[in-house]
Structures are given as C-alpha cells and as structure tokens.
Design a protein around this ligand. Structure first.
Ligand SMILES: [Zn+2]
Length: 421
C-alpha cells in the first residue's frame, strides 16, 4: 500500500495559482496556521481581506477538510465567534537521509512529531547499486511500519531531506560528496518502493521551509540556515526567495577554501570550510589531542564536552572558531537578518553561541550584526524540514515561497481583485 491515500486526501481547488481566490486562500491558510485557534473576524483583521471573502473561503476550506470549525470564543458582549483551526489529522511522512543513518518521522500539519524511527545503513563510495537499493528497501519498510501506526491520519506525502544538492527539475542528487547515493536515482527509487510522490531537498533548504511553516522566523525575508553535520550545507532566503543558482547548486559554502594547507576534503580540494568546522573536524581535533582515544562518533564527543572534559571542549571550541570564520564571510556577503544553526553541536549552545556571536560582532562591517540562533528543535529540524516540503507543495504548488503578501499576514493588506463566487 502506498503512503499517500488519495481517496481521503482533500482536493485542492481547481484554479490557477494566479487567481485572486487562490492567493486569498493561501493567505488565509497561513494566517490560520500562525494564529489558530482564530475567529473569522480576526482573520479578516489580520489579513486585510473583506469579512465576506474570509467567510466564503473558510467555508470552502472546511468543506475540503483542511480547516476545522472549533470551539466558540468568548467576547465581553455580542455574538460568540467560532474559532477555526487547521485539521491536524493531516500528516506527512518525513525521512532525513544522513551518512550512515536514515531518521524517519510522522509529522502533523502543525509540525508536531507524532512518531519516530531510525534505520542505520552502510552506503559509501564504492558501494554497488544493489547495496544502495537494499538500504532504500529497508528504509521503506521502516517507513511503512511507522505509517501503519497512524492509520487514522490523512497522509499528504513523503518529504526527504538529504545532505547534498537536489536538481528541482530532474530530482537528481547533483552533489553529495559525503553520501554517495550516485549509484541509483534516489528520488525514483524512493518513489517506486514507497509508491508515493516524493519531495526531496537539500537539508539546509528544507530547514528554510521548516522555519517558514513551523518556526519563529516566518516573516523574515533574509535567513541563512547553516547545517553542521558530517559536512556543512547552507540554505539561503534572500529578499524572500530561496537562492538556488545554476543547477540548484547554490549554497555549497562548505566547499570554500579557508586554509590552503588544510586537510583533503571529499570534494577533492583541501582546506574547505567543512573539513575545518564540521562534526568530522571536531572529532579530528579531539583525536589530535587524545591519540589514545577509541572515540568514533560526534555524539560521544558531545557527551564528553557536556560532562566538562577539557580536551573535548577545546575540540568543539576549535571547530566553532572555524565555523565563525565562515559565518563572518557569509554575513558580510548576504546580509541575513538571522543565522540559524542546525546540528548536533547546538546541544552545547550556551557555550558556542557567545563564541559565534562575538566573532560576528568583531568582524561585522555594519552595525546590523545578524542574530545567531539554534534551530528550535535540534535533531528534529531536518525531519520537520522534510515534512514542510510536502506541506508547502500541497498547499502552494510549485512556488518556492509564497508571495510576500502571504508571508506573515499580520498587517492589513490591500484587498486583491474580487472574484465572483
Ligand atoms: Zn570541499
């Protein structure tokens, strides 16, 4: 059985995304998402739409199953308004493909993680296509089991976040030095074994979508997401648009050279930002100080650091000094309002945040130093990102990000062209 159950999936209105009705609908869905439970009157006030327009569209959204009429509100006098909420029976299956491990989750329309699983696998450079397919089959089996535990929910689809870049036209993984899935067409293989449409994106870009849907920065137009794991990937929202570049390759700042005499990187160059500031770099710094160690995983290093081990703390500090070095370059070049760090290292946020901030302030060329924050949910950020890809596709179609008027919606907006009912 496939992951998407089309028979119970609400129909999207048959209308071109350019129509005013469609735009208003998107504005309202997002406003409900941000302010729920919320009354129709408040929705009109928040979006600047006519109350009659709001009532018509909310009626349609209720008929389609996206929105639920909720409890009666209480006002000092007058009629009691009915609050509406998004229907959280809608859920997405999310897979975060990391080197050596796939994390899986069922995430609801409000970003709540309802269930999780993890599947370890061994795929490296030199693995055969059959080995890659076997790993995908195991991941798919785990995904089906997870989905079966939420039979009463309406599945909207599968979102996948990957380390590497994904061509959004062909869905091919175009660059992934740390996760060599190149033997197979990953997108097609997942779609085939799970029998569902798949939205696949670079993990840092996926986290941009997660911030828009589930995070605190839904109304920021300039966001830099920096994903620090086995490599370093960035996702960029500049002037309200996701920066994709030629062949969807934009954002590979992890491969800018910061040290000409640095270690060899998976990309073939030396001294890339990610060989100096990724989790693997942190581990390497620890091994340099403690040659006798048998420690192999970054989580173990984090545990040591959290327990106050000085060599572990020094290793993390060195990794963060290099991370800050790259961030100052990106901040100068892209002028983000906020830099969101995604990764296991954020477990030590109280230590690393001042280090990153002080470097950014020291080297800032303007008085407007960007805020540096940890992704709100650490390890789960990439899973929520994968889920947000599906939600965004289902609600907004192909568009990367909704038009400016849809984002936030907290200030009155001019009423778009009226559309006959
Ligand atoms: Zn590199």
């Amino acid at each position: 059985m496939g992951v998407t159950d089309n028979s119970t999936r609400p129909r999207r209105a048959v209308a071109s995304s350019e129509t005013a009705r469609e735009i208003n609908r998107d504005i309202l869905l997002h406003a409900i998402h941000l302010h729920q439970p919320v009354s129709r009157a408040d929705l009109a006030r928040l979006t600047g739409l006519q109350p009659s327009t709001v009532s018509v569209i909310i009626g349609q959204l209720i008929d389609e199953g996206w929105v639920l009429p909720g409890t009666l509100g209480r006002l000092p006098r007058g009629r009691r308004p009915t609050f509406v909420t998004l229907n959280d029976r809608h859920v997405m299956l999310a897979i975060d493909l990391r080197p050596g491990r796939a994390n899986l989750a069922v995430v609801d329309i409000n970003g709540k993680i309802l269930g999780r699983d993890a599947v370890p696998y061994e795929i490296k450079a030199g693995s055969t296509a059959d080995e890659a397919r076997t790993a995908i089959t195991r991941i798919a089996q785990a995904a089906q089991s997870l989905k079966a535990a939420f039979e009463d929910r309406i599945f909207l689809g599968l979102g996948v976040s990957v380390s590497g870049r994904v061509d959004q036209k062909t869905h091919r993984l175009v660059f992934s030095p740390n996760v060599p899935w190149g033997q197979i067409d990953l997108h097609e293989e997942l779609q085939r074994v799970l029998e569902t449409p798949v939205e696949m994106e670079n993990a840092a870009n996926a986290c941009l979508f997660s911030e828009r849907w589930f995070g605190n920065f839904y109304d920021a137009s300039n966001i830099l997401v920096v994903s620090v794991s086995e490599g370093i990937g960035t996702g960029m929202l500049v002037d309200g648009s996701v920066v994709r570049g030629r062949g969807d390759m934009a954002g590979e700042f992890g491969h800018m050279t910061l040290d000409e005499s640095g270690p060899l990187c998976g990309c073939g160059n030396v001294g890339c930002w990610e060989v100096l500031a990724s989790n693997r770099a942190g581990l390497r710094y620890y091994h340099e100080q403690a040659p006798e160690t048998t420690l192999t995983g970054f989580q173990e290093l984090l545990n040591l650091a959290l327990a106050g081990d000085l060599r572990a703390l020094r290793s993390i500090d060195k990794m963060m000094t290099w991370l800050a070095q790259g961030l100052t370059m990106l901040a100068a070049g892209l002028a983000p309002e906020v830099i969101i760090i995604v990764g296991d290292c954020t477990a030590l946020w109280s230590r690393i945040c001042p280090l990153l901030e002080s470097q950014l302030i020291a080297k800032s060329i303007t008085p407007h130093t960007p805020r540096v924050v940890a992704a709100m949910d650490g390890d789960a950020a990439r899973l929520r990102g994968a889920a947000a890809l599906v939600l965004h596709k289902v609600l907004f179609g192909q568009a990367d990000f909704a038009p400016q008027s849809v984002r936030g919606g907290v200030h009155p907006k001019p009423e778009p062209e009226p559309v006959p009912a």
